[in-house]
Ligand binder design. Structure first.
Ligand SMILES: Cc1cc2nc3c(=O)[nH]c(=O)nc-3n(C[C@H](O)[C@H](O)[C@H](O)COP(=O)(O)OP(=O)(O)OC[C@H]3O[C@@H](n4cnc5c(N)ncnc54)[C@H](O)[C@@H]3O)c2cc1C
Length: 409
């Protein structure tokens, strides 16, 4: 790789910044990050962390077979570990305790029982706490009668201070001599028949209303621009489905009666009712609550914008009260936010080189897990670019699997 021709990265969220830092670490001397014109989704994500996948193992196995479910679960676990190690080394506030799935219906219990069996057979830690086992566990005392059982996936849950994570990543890139930032958006890619690609970058609007255009030669382009990858690489557009979601941060603790309750430990990431409700315990005694997409039109899929909806906040709070009756009921949100996330049509992240043009690499579609999966994908793409292979990145995540989708051009 030439030291004169830069690697260009489109997007300065967790994925783009991680790719830049891992490339610099591997010895690339010239990296240009084009920042984009909107606030990265990474900056507004609340910071719940899960290993494996957000969906239960059975969902992934049903869609992609058990062998591949094991592979993608491992990818999620490794992403969790890499992000956790980086956070600890960088002093980013991070708590790690448990990943728990609260089971509210008999159908979920049947599914969770199969999921645990399949996970154990695949070598992952998970157990079902139900009936006497649940009653005897320290988790039971704070739970309402709504919760029939708990699937405990072990220490694969956590919380990270997203704002500090993004700030530290950005600072590390800004102070790395190999990395330069350009304000603007990558608007066009050309030069496919040339030794180097060309990217056209549109700068921010000047006071006179002009937007400067510049064209830069690049050895490779990493597209880390979330949903906007579909605008840059039209053949991926129909594969990337938007989904609107929202969350709030509010006062805790979950168990105000028993200060020793394990539910008052920071770093528990839980979900309930098939992931329609989710949350995490934060270090300052506050809690993070999210979900309620089912109350949106088409469950939030294909939304073009995402707003905080009062009825959804109310739903999230009401459901949490049912799960945790000892939670103080008078809490107002400290912070509320919403955003659009990216769900690939086949519910697998899209990470790897583009078919037909290996100099363009993409990473998106992390379905609520981008803080870890985006960070890890940045590492994987950097390794792939530098060494020509990355065994940690399952080939089935490469965009080549989407080749038969209709082009939107
Ligand atoms: C409401 C909500 C809650 C979430 N909660 C969590 C959570 O708790 N935990 C978790 O792990 N994940 C969560 N996620 C998912 C996570 O936020 C994303 O997966 C992750 O932030 C994606 O990071 P990214 O770097 O790929 O993209 P982004 O952070 O979106 O960065 C992409 C950047 O690319 C820029 N850009 C766009 N077009 C161009 C272009 N043409 N040229 C150059 N730049 C461009 C944009 O301006 C943007 O700044 C949540 C998502 C939402 C919406």
């Amino acid at each position: 790789m030439s030291n004169q021709i830069p690697v260009v990265i489109a997007g300065a969220g967790v994925t783009g910044l991680s790719a830049a830092l891992h490339l610099a670490e591997a010895g690339v001397k010239k990296i240009l990050i084009v920042t984009g014109s909107s606030i990265p989704t990474s900056m507004t994500a609340p910071g719940m962390l899960s290993g494996g996948q957000r969906d239960n193992f059975t969902r992934v196995a049903a869609a992609h077979q058990t062998d591949f479910a094991k592979t993608i679960w491992l990818f999620g676990d490794r992403a969790f570990d890499l992000t956790a190690n980086w956070a600890r080394n960088q002093g980013v506030p991070f708590s790690n305790c448990r990943r728990l799935r609260l089971i509210a219906t008999p159908e979920e219990l049947t599914e969770a029982t199969i999921a645990v069996r399949e996970m154990n057979a695949a070598g992952f830690t998970s157990q079902i706490l139900s009936d006497k086992k649940l009653t005897a566990s320290p988790w039971a005392r704070a739970l309402g009668p709504r919760i029939l059982a708990v699937q405990d996936d072990g220490e694969r849950g956590g919380w990270i201070d997203t704002h500090t994570m993004c700030r530290k990543l950005r600072l590390a890139a800004e102070t790395n001599p190999a990395v330069q930032f350009i304000d603007g958006t990558v608007e066009n890619i050309s030069g496919y028949a040339d030794p180097d690609l060309s990217v056209t970058i549109r700068g921010p609007e000047s006071q006179s209303g002009d937007k400067k255009l510049q064209t830069i030669k690049t050895s490779s382009l990493i597209a880390a621009c979330h949903l906007a990858i579909g605008d840059l690489i039209p053949s991926l557009k129909s594969a990337l489905v938007s989904s609107a979601d929202q969350w709030l941060s509010t006062s805790g603790p979950l168990d105000s009666i028993d200060p020793q309750s394990p539910w008052n430990t920071p770093g528990i990431a839980w979900s309930a009712f098939h992931n329609h409700e989710w949350g995490a315990t934060q270090p300052n005694g506050t809690i993070l609550l999210g979900g309620g997409r089912i109350l949106r039109k088409w469950a939030g899929f294909e939304a073009t914008e995402s707003k905080v909806e009062a009825k959804i906040s109310k739903y999230i709070v009401e459901q949490t009260k049912k799960s945790f009756p000892n939670w103080r009921a008078d809490c107002e949100p400290i912070l509320e936010a919403s955003g659009l996330d990216c769900h690939p049509c086949d519910e697998l992240p899209v990470v790897g080189p583009m078919y037909g043009e290996g100099r363009i690499l993409v990473a998106t579609g992390f379905m609520g897990q981008g803080l870890t999966l985006g960070f890890y994908s940045g590492f994987c793409l950097a390794k792939l670019l530098m060494t020509g292979r990355c065994d940690e990145l399952p080939r089935r995540l490469w965009p080549e699997r989407l080749r038969s989708l209709p082009d939107q051009e």
